[in-house]
Design a protein around this ligand. Structure first.
Ligand SMILES: Nc1ncnc2c1ncn2[C@@H]1O[C@H](COP(=O)(O)OP(=O)(O)OP(=O)(O)O)[C@@H](O)[C@H]1O
Length: 296
C-alpha cells in the first residue's frame, strides 16, 4: 500500500542496508526526498556512491525498503520504468571512444526509448546545448577533454527531462565558467525535478542545495539546511597567530595565521590568542565529521 508521504516523495527509503561481503556500506538509511536539490556530503568511503547506486537501480539493497518514483526497484517492470524516468551520472562515466558526441547521446536516447527518430534527435540537440557541447557534436568522444567528457555524461543524464536526477561528483574537472553554468542548469531543473548531488565541492552545496545530508560510515549524521549546519559551528571557529595545541583542528592560512575549529566538549582557545570568526559551511562540515589535529 502506498502512503501519502510516499506518493509525495520521489524517493522513499527506510532502513536501507547495503553490504559488500561483511562490510556494511549503508547501515540503516531513512530518507524522503521531494523536488529540489539535496547535497550528499561525507568523507571518502562514507557510502554516498553506494546510496546513489541503490537509488539508480544499479545495486540491490541487502535490507530495508526503497521506492523510487513510486516504484519498487526489486521488480523488473518497475525497474525499467524507473530507468526511463531517471537520469544518472555515475562517478566514473565511461563511453565508447569511437562514437561521435551526437552518436553516443543518440544511442543513450534509444536505450531510454525516447520517442521517434526526429523527436529523439531534437532531444539530443537540446541536451548538448544545455551542457555547451553542441559545437562539438561531430567530435569523437576520445578527442574530448576530461571536463567535456564530464559534461557529456551530464547531457546523457539530462535526456528526457528526468523527474529524478542522481549526480555523483558532477563538477569534477569543470572549469569555473562551466561550473557556474552547471549550477544554473541544475537550479532550473530542480524547480520540477528531484536532484541528488554527491560531492566534495562544498561551494556547490552552498550555491545549490536547500537540503544537506551528511553520511558517515553508512549512516545519516546530519539532515537539514546548509544554514542549520553552519549554525551548529557558530562560536567554534577561530583565527589566531600561532599553531594551536592538539584537540582542535587547524590549518595555516595564506596570511600566516591559523584557522582553528574547536569541537564540542573541547574548551575554547584563550581569547587572547585568537578571535572568533563566522563559520563557513566547510568549517561546519569538518566539525561535524570530526576532523582532528593539524590539516597540513
Ligand atoms: N564494489 C565494492 N566492493 C567492495 N566494497 C566496496 C565497493 N564499493 C564500495 N565499497 C566500500 O563501501 C564503502 C562505501 O563506499 P562508497 O563508494 O559508497 O563511498 P563514497 O562515500 O562514495 O566515497 P568517495 O567519496 O570516496 O567516492 C567503502 O568502505 C568502500 O570501500
Amino acid at each position: 500500500m502506498t502512503t501519502s508521504t510516499e506518493s509525495a516523495s520521489r524517493v522513499s527509503v527506510s532502513g536501507l542496508v547495503r553490504s559488500y561481503g561483511t562490510r556494511r556500506a549503508l547501515d540503516g538509511i531513512d530518507l524522503e526526498l521531494g523536488p529540489g536539490v539535496t547535497g550528499l556530503l561525507g568523507r571518502n568511503g562514507a557510502g554516498k556512491t553506494t546510496l546513489l547506486r541503490c537509488l539508480a537501480t544499479d545495486l540491490e539493497a541487502t535490507g530495508g525498503h526503497v521506492r523510487v518514483l513510486g516504484r519498487d526497484p526489486d521488480g523488473a517492470a518497475d525497474r525499467t520504468e524507473i530507468r526511463r524516468r531517471m537520469g544518472y551520472l555515475p562517478q566514473f562515466p565511461s563511453f565508447y571512444p569511437h562514437f561521435t558526441v551526437f552518436g553516443l547521446l543518440d544511442y543513450v536516447a534509444v536505450l531510454k526509448e525516447l520517442g521517434g527518430r526526429r523527436a529523439r534527435h531534437d532531444e539530443v540537440r537540446r541536451a548538448l546545448r544545455r551542457v555547451d557541447l553542441y559545437e562539438r557534436r561531430h567530435s569523437r568522444v576520445r578527442r574530448l577533454s576530461g571536463g567535456m567528457r564530464q559534461r557529456l555524461g551530464l547531457a546523457a543524464a539530462l535526456l528526457g527531462d528526468p523527474e529524478l536526477l542522481l549526480l555523483d561528483e558532477p563538477t569534477i574537472g569543470l572549469d569555473p565558467e562551466q561550473r557556474i553554468r552547471f549550477r544554473d542548469l541544475v537550479s532550473e531543473l530542480a524547480v520540477r525535478s528531484t536532484v541528488v548531488l554527491s560531492t566534495h565541492q562544498i561551494e556547490d552545496v552552498s550555491a545549490l542545495c536547500r537540503r544537506v545530508l551528511c553520511l558517515d560510515e553508512g549512516r545519516v549524521i546530519f539532515d537539514g539546511t546548509p544554514g542549520e549546519l553552519v549554525a551548529r559551528a557558530r562560536g567554534r571557529v577561530w583565527e589566531q597567530g600561532s599553531r594551536p595545541e592538539t584537540g582542535v583542528t587547524s590549518w595555516r592560512l595564506a596570511d600566516g595565521r591559523y584557522r582553528v575549529l574547536v569541537p564540542e566538549g573541547v574548551d575554547d582557545p584563550d581569547s587572547a590568542a585568537g578571535v572568533p570568526v563566522e563559520p563557513s559551511l566547510e568549517d561546519a562540515y569538518l566539525l561535524l565529521t570530526g576532523a582532528r589535529g593539524s590539516i597540513r
